[in-house]
Design a protein around this ligand. Structure first.
Ligand code: B12
Length: 323
């Protein structure tokens, strides 16, 4: 029998193969695809979003979890596409990242979750001008246009798109905006109809804008195993198991847990800049290609508390990182 809590945990840990297999198993067992998606995938991803917000997870871990979600969604996709006859669509969503901006991981995640919530999603990709948004809107007649921007230099273009639609007399569509530098205040300033901080909030917003309400039970995030908050201090003789996360050959993050239950995770800031550069040089800037380069190294063990071991490994790795 399908264990959704375990599936959520696998998704959280980015175990794509396990998530894919459990999705297949759940369907084979006769579970409805909507249930599998809500309870197995979206619920898991909501926890990832929450933990990202509270700095428990870093960006690479979000990307790895998103990859696992995508593996599960790929299994459900044919069923999602075939459901038109028996499920009323909630609305039509046109999604794109604005001109000058190539970031699409967050947008893709939002699109995936919106599709799961019952929207017809048309994703026009990155670097989209107002003309392209308009041409696409003519084609698909969206109820909502969702724009994404990750750069402070491109977020202002969202206003250009909104103004463009307004001067063309196209006031029949609602605008939702999002991306790391966006805020509710900015959304208000540029005349957007709403802002969503993460994929789950984005779906709530889309549902609100299209007049549909979210089922509370379906959107409630399950809790993940309690971590280090109340763990006792490490004693002498404590050992820590740790793993290093790599983007190709570049170490980007270390996560360790000692036998007293303390968990510590740090990013290697210099490596992030190096990854940006290498991604561009190696032609791996596209969302899927970029995310696919992340892999966890083998689990290792050392004497010491999680904080001490992770700090020691960080310092060793930093010395080995050039550029
Ligand atoms: C991955 C990444 C890249 C990848 C992008 C791969 C891809 N295909 O997307 C690569 C390496 C290509 C890249 C390139 C660059 N990047 Co970059 N990048 C990042 C990084 C590390 C993570 C972004 C990400 O994917 N986050 C995870 C997703 C899940 O979160 P998210 O995008 O915020 O999306 C969520 C919400 O915002 C919301 N949301 C998103 N869209 C929408 C839309 C709607 C409608 C709604 C409602 C909600 C919503 O829901 C999402 C899911 O929860 C950020 C740092 C950071 N911490 O954000 C820098 C960052 C965004 N990049 C930055 C920079 C400067 C660049 C470059 C200029 C670097 C360079 N030297 O070349 C280029 C620019 C290229 C370009 N023209 O766009 C800066 C931006 C600084 C700024 N304030 O402007 C950042 C903040 C890093 C930094 N601290 O300096 N980058």
């Amino acid at each position: 029998m399908v264990d959704y809590a375990l599936m959520n945990q696998y998704l959280y840990e980015g175990k794509a193969k396990e998530v894919e297999q459990m999705t297949k198993d759940a369907l084979a067992e006769g579970r409805h695809f909507q249930e599998v998606m809500n309870e197995g995938l979206i619920a898991g991803m909501s926890v990832v979003g929450e933990d990202f917000k509270h700095n428990i997870l870093y960006v690479p871990e979000v990307l790895i979890a998103a990859r696992a979600m995508k593996a599960g969604m790929a299994v459900l996709k044919p069923l999602l596409s075939a459901r038109d006859s028996d499920t009323p669509r909630v609305g039509t969503l046109l999604m794109g990242t604005v001109r000058g901006d190539l970031h699409d991981i967050g947008k893709n995640l939002v699109a995936m979750m919106a599709e799961g919530a019952g929207f017809d999603v048309h994703d026009i990709g990155v670097d989209q001008s107002v003309e392209k948004f308009m041409a696409a809107a003519d084609r698909v007649k969206p109820t909502i246009i969702g724009m994404s921007a990750l750069l402070t230099t491109t977020m202002t273009y969202m206003k250009t798109v909104i103004d463009g639609f307004e001067s063309a007399g196209r006031t029949d569509v609602k605008f939702a905006v999002g991306g790391a530098p966006i805020s509710q205040m900015f959304a208000d300033e540029i005349g957007a109809d709403g802002y969503g901080q993460n994929a789950s909030a984005a779906v709530d917003l889309f549902l609100k804008l299209s007049g549909a309400a979210r089922d509370e039970a379906a959107s409630a995030a399950p809790t993940v195993a309690a971590r280090d908050a109340d763990a006792p201090a490490a004693r002498p003789g404590t050992r820590t198991t740790y793993r290093v996360l790599y983007w190709q050959e570049v170490p980007v993050q270390i996560r360790g847990e000692d036998d007293a239950g303390n968990e510590v995770s740090v990013e290697l800031p210099r490596s992030v800049a190096r990854v940006d550069l290498l991604a561009a040089q190696r032609g791996l800037s596209g969302g899927d290609d970029y995310s696919a380069q992340y892999t966890w190294g083998d689990e290792m063990e050392r004497a010491g508390s999680a904080a001490d071991v992770v700090e020691a490994v960080r310092s060793e790795l930093e010395q080995g990182v050039t550029g």
